[in-house]
Design a protein around this ligand. Structure first.
Ligand code: ADP
Ligand code: ADP
Length: 228
């Protein structure tokens, strides 16, 4: 587990207006930080910079006490859950969740992999579905598999990019509860991008509001949404 510190982060694509413009934000160890703002305000770019999928134009990114600007994604020990889940259709649920462990060759024995996958599946109530393929799962179950693949890596932080946006309202509510429970149980630092005010209110310790790449404010949901 780790804190994440953004210091004057800037991202420019070409010569245009910066997509992320001098953003500074301290995310505490174990904190659940929500990123909100209109489409195009730079939320995904910021998340991708943190996970290492996007170069940083200027500024510093610290995970724990370590500057990670130039670290490869695999060396940042973060787990990102994407909007479209990106599951492997030909692999079972078990093998989808085990995939990141098998990627780091030789690091885990088959025994360890089995134990870790069963742990993650237990937490996400996927144990009965481990032999199934993604095509035979509901949307909510697929989303859980995507989360399983993230938590199985023992990451120092989770990054979520609108993970519930493809689900219907009922499932969204259920998954929201599960994410909240899982985050509390694991106590993992989390950065979560959403459009949904209910998600921001119920999940976030704090909510950071972005507009045109600029951080407008960062406050608890109560301060932000319960203003008289
Ligand atoms: P959000 O996630 O809040 O919708 P994005 O981070 O996707 O916003 O985009 C922020 C800005 O950066 C937008 O103006 C978008 O057009 C631009 N942008 C995003 N990705 C690229 C890219 N690969 N090349 C050029 N411009 C990009
Ligand atoms: P490889 O470099 O072995 O081909 P990938 O290209 O899939 O593997 O990923 C490169 C590195 O990026 C991985 O070793 C992993 O640490 C990291 N990575 C991949 N997917 C994610 C993810 N969803 N969240 C966080 N890090 C990831």
């Amino acid at each position: 587990m780790s804190s994440i510190e953004l210091k004057n982060l800037v991202k420019k694509y070409g010569d245009g207006f910066p997509a992320v413009n001098d953003v500074s934000l301290d995310i505490a160890d174990g904190e659940f930080m929500i990123l909100v703002g209109p489409s195009g305000c730079g939320k995904s770019t910021l998340l991708r910079m943190i996970v290492g999928l996007e170069d940083i134009t200027s500024g510093d990114l610290l995970i724990g006490d370590k500057r990670v600007n130039d670290l490869a994604p695999r060396d940042r020990h973060l787990a990102m859950v994407f909007q479209n889940y990106a599951l492997y259709p030909h692999l079972t649920v078990f093998d989808n969740i085990a995939f990141p462990l098998r990627l780091s060759k030789g690091k885990h024995t088959e025994e360890e992999i089995k134990a870790k996958v069963h742990d993650a599946a237990g937490m996400l109530e996927l144990e009965e579905h481990l032999d199934r393929k993604p095509a035979n799962l509901s949307g909510g179950q697929r989303q859980r598999v995507a989360m399983g693949r993230a938590i199985v890596r023992d990451a120092d932080a989770f990054l979520f990019d609108e993970p519930l946006s493809n689900l219907d309202a009922k499932l969204r509510g259920q998954m929201r509860t599960e994410i909240a429970r899982m985050q509390r149980r694991l106590g993992v630092t989390t950065v979560y991008v959403t459009h949904d005010q209910t998600e921001a209110m119920t999940l976030g310790d704090r909510v950071a509001v972005l507009k045109k790449g600029i951080l407008q404010q960062c406050a608890s949901p109560r301060e932000l949404y319960d203003q008289p």
